[in-house]
Design a protein around this ligand. Structure first.
Ligand SMILES: *Cc1c(COP(=O)(O)O)cnc(C)c1O
Length: 358
C-alpha cells in the first residue's frame, strides 16, 4: 500500500522517518523490553526520553535559559483559559488581536477570566492583518495575545509585533516552520497535532518571571509554576505523544534545523501560490502580504466542481483537501512533514484538472 500525501490541517502528516523509527521501537524501546506506551513516566527510561525531547527543542528554537518548557494536555484550547489564569498576575485586562477564527475562540474563553480589550481586528470582508500602527492597546493589559497563523483562513504574520506588555502567541500551526526569536515573547504555546507530533500534547514556552501567581481557583494541572517544578509531571503526561514529539524535533535537527525548514516551507508555499495566482480557475482570497506558509486555502471558479476535484485528488493520492466547514472550498495544509514532492504532485494535479474542466 502506498502512503498518500495528506493535506490535513491537523492531526496532520508526520515525517515517514519518525513513523519508521517508532515502528521499529514499538515492541522494545532500546533494549528496555517494553514499548514507550508501557513505561512508567517516573522510570529512568521515560525520564530520559522526556528530557531529551526538551533539550532538542531548546537547541532547535534557541530557547533562553530563563524560559520554562512545559509539555501539557488539554490542547491549545486548554491554554485559552490557562493563559489568563496564569498571566493576569493581579491585573484585570488583557489585549487580544483578532485576525480570525482561532483568535475569536481565544477571546471568547478569556472573557470568563478578564476584561478583554480587542486592540485590533481584521475587517470582516478582507483577509488581512491590521497594521501595528492601528492597534489600540490598553495601558494596563497584563499581556497581548495574538495568533501568528490562522489555520482556517490561512492568514499569517510575517513580522513580530512590538509591544510593551508580554507578548503571547498561539503558534499551534506555525511553530517550528521557521526560526523565531523566543526572547521577544512572554509565552508561546502550540497544540502538537500540526507541526510537532500526535494529538494529545501541548507545548508551552514561558518566561519564568511571569509565572507563580495564578488566579484563585486555578486547577493545579493548569498552574505553570507547579508544572514547571514537577517537570510537567504533576500528573501522568501523554507519554507516547511526548516521545514522538522528541523524534520529530530530532528529525528537524537532522534536516538542518529551522533555517532549513524555513527555506523549504517558503519554497513549497511559493510553488502553490504561484499555481493558484497563475490561473483563472483557482483563487486564494488572502492579502498577499499575509499569506500563510502552512495553510493554503483556495477556491475553484465553479464550486459545482468541488466534489469532483476532491474525489479525483483522492484517486491521485492527494487527500484531505476539503476546506474548513466554515469557509468551504479547498485547503492544503503543508506543514514541515509534507514533502516538497507532495506539493509538486498537487500543483501538477491542479493544472491537469484545470485542463480537463477549465
Ligand atoms: C488547531 C488550533 C487550535 C486548537 O487546538 P486544540 O489542540 O484542538 O485545542 C488553536 N489554535 C490554532 C491556531 C490552531 O491551529
Amino acid at each position: 500500500m502506498a502512503r498518500v500525501y495528506n493535506f490535513s490541517a491537523g492531526p496532520a502528516m508526520l515525517p515517514e522517518a519518525v513513523l519508521k523509527q517508532a515502528a521499529e521501537e514499538m515492541l522494545d524501546w532500546q533494549g528496555s523490553g517494553m514499548s514507550v506506551m508501557e513505561m512508567s513516566h517516573r522510570g529512568k527510561e521515560f525520564v530520559s526520553i522526556a528530557a531529551r525531547a526538551e533539550q532538542t527543542l531548546r537547541e532547535l528554537m534557541g530557547i533562553p535559559e530563563n524560559y520554562k518548557v512545559l509539555f501539557l494536555q488539554g490542547g491549545a484550547t486548554g491554554q485559552f483559559a490557562a493563559i489568563p489564569m496564569n498571566l493576569l498576575r493581579g491585573r484585570k485586562a488583557a489585549d487580544y488581536i483578532n485576525t480570525g477564527s482561532w483568535s475569536k475562540k481565544a477571546i471568547k474563553e478569556a472573557k470568563a477570566y478578564c476584561d478583554v480589550n480587542v486592540a485590533a481586528a481584521s475587517p470582516d470582508d478582507v483577509l488581512t492583518i491590521p497594521p501595528r500602527e492601528s492597534w489600540k492597546l490598553a495601558g494596563d493589559a497584563a499581556y497581548v495575545h495574538y495568533t501568528p497563523n490562522e489555520t482556517i483562513s490561512g492568514v499569517e504574520f510575517h513580522w513580530v509585533p512590538e509591544v510593551d506588555a508580554p507578548l503571547v502567541a498561539d503558534m499551534s500551526s506555525t511553530i517550528l516552520s521557521r526560526p523565531v526569536d523566543v526572547s521577544k515573547y512572554g509565552l508561546i504555546y502550540a497544540g502538537a497535532q500540526k507541526n510537532i507530533g500526535p494529538a494529545g500534547i501541548t507545548l508551552v514556552i514561558v518566561r519564568d518571571d511571569l509565572i507563580g501567581e495564578t488566579l484563585p481557583g486555578t486547577p493545579s494541572i493548569w498552574d505553570y509554576q507547579a508544572m514547571a517544578e514537577a517537570d510537567s509531571m504533576s500528573n501522568t503526561p501523554p507519554t507516547y505523544a511526548w516521545y514522538i514529539a522528541g523524534l520529530v524535533f530530532q528529525w528537524i535537527k537532522d534536516q538542518g534545523g529551522l533555517e532549513a525548514m524555513a527555506t523549504l516551507n517558503r519554497r513549497k508555499a511559493e510553488k502553490l501560490y504561484q499555481a493558484i495566482d497563475g490561473s483563472d480557475f483557482y483563487s486564494n482570497p488572502v492579502d498577499p502580504n499575509c499569506r500563510s506558509w502552512m495553510n493554503v486555502p483556495f477556491v475553484l471558479a465553479d464550486d459545482a466542481l468541488d466534489d469532483t476535484f476532491l474525489a479525483e485528488a483522492r484517486q491521485a493520492g492527494l487527500t484531505t483537501l476539503k476546506g474548513h466547514r466554515s469557509v468551504g472550498g479547498m485547503r492544503a495544509s503543508i506543514y514541515n512533514a509534507m514533502p516538497e514532492a507532495g506539493v509538486d504532485r498537487l500543483v501538477e494535479f491542479m493544472a491537469e484538472f484545470e485542463r480537463r474542466n477549465g
